[in-house]
Ligand binder design. Structure first.
Ligand code: ASP
Ligand code: MG
Length: 419
């Protein structure tokens, strides 16, 4: 009999109605029968959080001139998870499995006070471990916590992944199983490339890049936490038959050292949520970039890729950078303000761009990875506008119309259909 603690997390589509919650109940029951001491983290029913976010918009949360009420936003949007936690605990009890629900504040999951995107600071594990070890399943509302003062917070969209990993770290779970509507992490989005393959294993670092580059399987923060606490995470389908999950089911996110098969590139990610801002004819003097990016940072506009080059006229430079598409208008406004101050010639915004990236820890030890990428894109006639790299990824910004073509070309170029 295994007697280790296990955290199981179910996303919105897995708990979308009572029938599916019963299915989740059977998956939990099977793990209990295997001897696990289980904590379950649930999302709200699919679509519920969106609906509540829309209500808060209608109620004027972000209306200009009104005092910010992001703390009340959290009160509203955290409520979806309360419903599913209660329902799952009820269903489990009716199956004869002892269970008890918990909201974030009841554990408590202590966060900072950044309402709407709070970060977990502490989870005292004693209550949970005592309950789990006594054979009761703890059913925990994901996505929520409370400030040290006791106000409700939420962890950002997709945040119940982070709740689950944080709880797994706190209770010393052997693994955090994330049940979702896909059966694992793929080499790329199978809707774009039919030959995409499920990866049996992927390293924390690669998953972190994939998540932040647009692969939507796991919230980025949850991968950071898993990496920091060395919690193995498994992504698997909630349509797995109860009791059938084996070592080959889903994708395990783990330490690089635990991965036997050596690939140079593990995946191709893409994001269409980008916009490119170009500044022409900037004075080429110290302090200019600092003023531009300080203004953006003050307005909480995240900047991703940046390139600067000499302009044709002496003493001038051109610069291009990317921001999230949602922030494009804000960025333009801010640049018009900055223009008054530092005086560049022109600003242009292009939202018809996409970022395509290849990710792999093998890049650290192999040469020619970038060259293969550029060659594959050139052969398809795809023009590269901006390039950025890190130790384990290369990203290019291209015309959005070529996204699918580029993804497929790169998937083939690195032999990912054969992994
Ligand atoms: N229900 C929240 C959301 O839709 C949290 C989650 O599902 O992870 O973002
Ligand atoms: Mg999710």
């Amino acid at each position: 009999m295994v007697e280790s603690r296990l955290v199981m997390k179910f996303g919105g589509t897995s708990v979308a109605d009572i029938e599916r919650i019963r299915r989740v109940g059977r998956l939990v029951e099977a793990e209990v029968a295997r001897g696990h001491r289980v904590a379950v983290v649930v999302s709200a029913m699919a679509g519920k959080t969106n609906e509540m976010v829309a209500w808060t918009d209608a109620a004027g949360r972000a209306a200009p001139g009104l005092p910010e009420s992001d703390d009340e936003y959290d009160v509203v949007v955290a409520s979806g998870e309360q419903v599913t936690a209660g329902l799952l605990a009820m269903v489990l009890r009716n199956m004869g499995v002892p269970a008890k629900s918990f909201l974030g504040w009841q554990i408590p999951i202590i966060t900072d006070d950044a309402h709407g995107k709070a970060r977990i600071e502490d989870i005292p594990p004693e209550n949970l471990t005592a309950l789990m070890d006594a054979g009761t399943v703890a059913v925990i509302a994901g996505f929520q916590g409370r400030t040290p003062e006791g106000r409700i917070t939420t962890l950002g969209r997709g945040g119940s992944d982070t709740s689950a990993v944080a709880i797994a770290a706190a209770v010393g779970a052997i693994r955090c199983d994330i049940y979702t509507d896909v059966d694992g992490v793929y080499t790329t989005d199978p809707r774009i490339e039919k030959r995409a393959k499920r990866l049996a294993r992927i390293s924390y670092e690669e998953m972190l890049e994939m998540a932040s580059l647009g692969a939507k399987v796991l919230q980025t923060r949850s991968v950071e936490l898993a990496m920091a606490h060395r919690v193995p995470v498994r992504v698997l389908s909630s349509f797995t038959e109860p009791g059938e999950a084996s070592a080959d089911t889903g994708t395990i996110v783990c330490d690089e050292e635990e991965i036997m098969e050596k690939r140079i590139v593990s995946g191709v990610a893409f994001s269409r949520d980008e916009a490119k801002v170009t500044l022409f004819g900037l004075p080429d003097t110290p302090g200019v970039s600092s003023r531009i990016f300080s203004a953006l940072a003050e307005a909480h506009v995240n900047v991703d890729m940046i390139v600067q080059s000499k302009a044709r006229t002496a003493d001038h430079a051109n610069m291009a950078f990317t921001v999230g598409r949602r922030d494009a208008d804000r960025a333009l406004e801010i640049m018009r303000e900055v223009q008054k101050d530092i005086g560049f010639e022109e600003v242009a915004v292009d939202a018809d761009v996409a970022k395509v990236s290849v990710v792999g820890v093998g890049m650290r030890s192999h040469v020619g990875v970038a060259q293969s990428m550029f060659k594959a894109l050139a052969e398809k006639g795809v023009n590269i506008q901006v390039i950025s790299t890190s130790e384990i990824k290369i990203s290019v910004l291209i015309d959005a119309a070529y996204t699918e073509l580029a993804v497929r070309a790169l998937h083939a170029a690195y032999g990912l259909d054969q992994v």
